[in-house]
Design a protein. Structure first.
Length: 105
């Protein structure tokens, strides 16, 4: 009896797994990467850059880095933040968002 139950369970699982192929169902295709996921990723990167800028400033004021290094790193990370914000704004213009929602939150 237990063997029969195992066989029936195996057949049911196999039918469930193979049913999309028998019905010729296909997965929905998208026309590119998920824009909302990309937007969330860009917001996360922007937050990392902002934190890095803050850390660089703290290190400079603590005397851990020299002024030329501070200026170079500040310029580099500021340019990166500007680039990320521009990219975020480009994607937000393409993605219709519900009112009161931020994709990066």
């Amino acid at each position: 009896m237990l063997v029969l139950a195992g066989i029936l369970l195996t057949l049911a699982v196999a039918a469930f797994v193979l049913s999309p192929m028998v019905r010729h169902d296909s997965a929905p295709l998208t026309d590119g990467p998920d824009l909302l996921a990309r937007l969330r990723e860009l917001h996360a990167l922007k937050n990392v850059v902002y934190e890095t800028l803050q850390d660089v400033e703290f290190d400079y004021h603590a005397g851990k880095i020299s002024e030329p290094d501070f200026r170079e790193m500040t310029d580099r990370y500021t340019n990166e933040a500007v680039r990320l914000v521009q990219r975020i704004e480009e994607i937000e213009a393409q993605v219709p968002l519900r009112p009161g929602r931020r994709p990066g939150a």
